[in-house]
Design a protein around this ligand. Structure first.
Ligand SMILES: C[S@@+](CC[C@H](N)C(=O)[O-])C[C@H]1O[C@@H](n2cnc3c(N)ncnc32)[C@H](O)[C@@H]1O
Length: 208
């Protein structure tokens, strides 16, 4: 054992009996991701440890209910979370046609019956039922991400936004937007410490 736990055990715990689905998704992304413009070539060798598992550690934060993933792109974190949490209904929100096609193909190939893919810019989306939680990864800085995500969430719901090491600075810079969109209790939470090669940071905040 090195300074991190052994990754197969972490993956088995996060995905349970759906570990094979996660491996199939990682395999598809490794095979087609670069050619379809979903993932850079430098990311391929660390796809499993730095992308799939870094997204999967967010899964325990989700409540059974309706979760949207804004800017799903390659399916990170949306598809990974949908594999890990079959009890949650996911809406993957992505405006780019070729990425939407990829997401729809993977949802169908993996047989994910808890996922709907919606082609839209998040700020233009009209939802019949607001979401319980919204996730996003690598979409934009928090002050720009708040107007895209908070309006999709019901009062009392939550934002769970994957961020880098400067997450707290992003919260500080977004004070005006947090107020305007009635988002409170923004905190940075670190996930996967001692479990993953690189920790995952999320900003969690309540939408009022
Ligand atoms: C850098 S990619 C990140 C994709 C994925 N979340 C990941 O971590 O690999 C940003 C994604 O956000 C999408 N996006 C950009 N603006 C958006 C908007 N207004 N609403 C929804 N998605 C948006 C882009 O099309 C793109 O797929």
């Amino acid at each position: 054992m090195t300074e991190v736990e052994d990754e197969p055990a972490v993956a088995a715990e996060l995905f349970g009996e759906r570990l094979d689905l996660a491996r199939r998704f990682a395999g598809a992304l490794a095979q087609h991701g670069e050619q379809r413009g979903l993932i850079g070539p430098l990311e391929l060798p660390r796809l499993w440890s730095r992308h799939i598992l870094n997204c999967a550690v967010v899964a325990p934060l989700l409540r059974p209910g309706r979760v949207g993933d804004v800017g799903s792109g390659a399916g990170l974190p949306g598809i990974v979370l949908a594999i890990a949490r079959p009890d949650v209904a996911f809406t993957l929100i992505e405006p780019m046609e070729r990425r939407v096609i990829w997401l729809e193909e993977e949802v169908s190939a993996l047989g994910l019956d808890n996922v709907v893919v919606t082609r839209a810019r998040a700020e233009e989306l009209q939802l019949e039922h607001p979401l319980d939680q919204v996730t996003a990864r690598a979409v934009s800085a928090l002050r720009k991400l708040i107007p895209l995500t908070a309006p999709l969430v019901r009062a009392g719901g939550e934002l769970v936004l994957m961020k880098g090491a400067n997450a707290q600075a992003e919260i500080d810079a977004a004070a005006k937007e947090l107020r305007k969109y009635r988002v409170s209790n923004a905190i940075v939470e670190t996930l996967g410490e001692g479990l993953l090669a690189e920790v995952t940071r999320v900003i969690r905040a309540t939408v009022n």
